[in-house]
Write a protein that binds this ligand. Structure first.
Ligand code: PHE
Length: 338
């Protein structure tokens, strides 16, 4: 039995030397020292050892057990450290490598044009006011002198939320909301999203407008012309020519549409201006006294003008963009250019 013990020790040590992985070492531990292991098995058979040899056998058993345990622990520790070192070598970070380039966001062209227009008009004393995009029929139409069944409602294909509630089709309802709250003098600007059921190369169901409103005593059409001329020259350049064309809006009288000389062909006629030499840029007019009646303004005492323009249209002409849908596709290659 004592020889068996020696043989077992030699075998275990030899196997341990061969072992490479943690799993292999652990399975050697189980094989020899586990509850059903070989050394435990020998100990269990101590009754077969002659009495005289029993103390020696027991002592050797313990020695072998301690020796194997110690060797196994040692090897496990070594294995663990080896693994750590390997990992450190493999995962070494080269701190001299250049970092990843940070990509900067840019301001969307529509937002840029909005900021530019607002800051120009702010210098004439206009301040920015916002209104809701989900709007009452009353503000979007009724109080702007567009009663139900008025043909002007067909000019704007409206998204209805429910009876009496729409997605605003223009920023003009903000005029009414402001005039309900404050008395003249009024000089406000209202930029924001508007919605119309329309979609093609020059129309998207959502786009942006800026509304301007000025109400004071003795305001004339000449004031309107003066401010819009100065403003459009700042946006499109000093040599920009404009023309005011008679037009119709239910909430202004008289009304005009303002054209600028074509930014592409300078008036010669090209595809962009449909060979007219002119580009329509905004709608404007003197506030109709009917609108003043809705907000309890004294229409004998006050008058004013209003104008509205589409931001995408301005951005398209300023930057030479041919398809309005590009603004809303979020293609980085497009947005990066501004
Ligand atoms: N609200 C008009 C439109 O969307 C534009 C406009 C605003 C016209 C103010 C006159 C005065 O077409």
């Amino acid at each position: 039995m004592i020889e068996d013990l020696q043989e077992l020790e030699d075998k275990a040590i030899a196997e341990l030397q061969e072992a490479q992985t943690e799993d292999q070492i652990l399975s050697i531990r189980t094989k020899y020292l586990g509850r059903k292991g070989l050394l435990t098995g020998l100990l269990r058979n101590i009754s077969q050892v002659p009495d005289a040899q029993k103390p020696l056998f027991g002592k050797r058993c313990n020695e072998v057990k301690e020796l194997l345990s110690a060797r196994i622990e040692e090897k496990l520790l070594y294995q663990f450290q080896q693994k750590k070192e390997d990992a450190l070598i493999k995962e070494k970070i080269d701190v001299t490598l250049p970092g990843r380039a940070v990509k900067y966001g840019r301001i969307h062209p529509v937002v840029q044009v909005n900021m530019e227009i607002c800051s120009i008009l702010a210098s004439y004393g206009f301040s920015v006011v916002e209104g809701p995009e989900v709007e009452l029929d009353y503000y979007n139409f009724e109080a702007l002198n567009i009663p139900k069944d008025h043909p002007a409602r067909d000019m704007q294909d409206t998204f209805y939320i429910e009876e009496g509630i729409v997605l605003r089709t223009h920023t003009s309802p903000v005029q009414v909301r402001v005039m309900e709250k404050i008395k003249p003098p009024v000089r406000i600007l209202s930029p924001g999203k508007v919605y119309r059921r329309d979609s093609d190369i020059s129309h998207t169901p959502m786009f942006h407008q800026i509304e301007g409103l000025l109400v004071e005593e003795r305001v004339t059409f000449g004031d309107l012309k003066g401010i819009l001329t100065a403003f459009l020259k700042k946006v499109f350049g000093d040599d920009t020519k404009l023309r005011f064309r008679p037009s119709f809006f239910p909430f202004t009288e008289p009304s005009a549409e303002v054209d600028i000389i074509c930014v592409m062909c300078k008036g010669k006629g090209c595809r962009v201006c449909s060979h007219s030499g002119w580009l329509e840029i905004l709608g404007a007019g003197m506030v109709d006294p009917e609108v003043f009646k809705f907000v309890d303004y004294d229409y004998e005492k006050y008058n004013g003008f209003a104008f509205g323009l589409g931001l995408e249209r301005i951005a398209m002409l300023k930057y030479g963009i041919s398809d309005i849908r590009l603004f809303f596709e979020n293609d980085n290659r497009f947005l990066k250019q501004f």
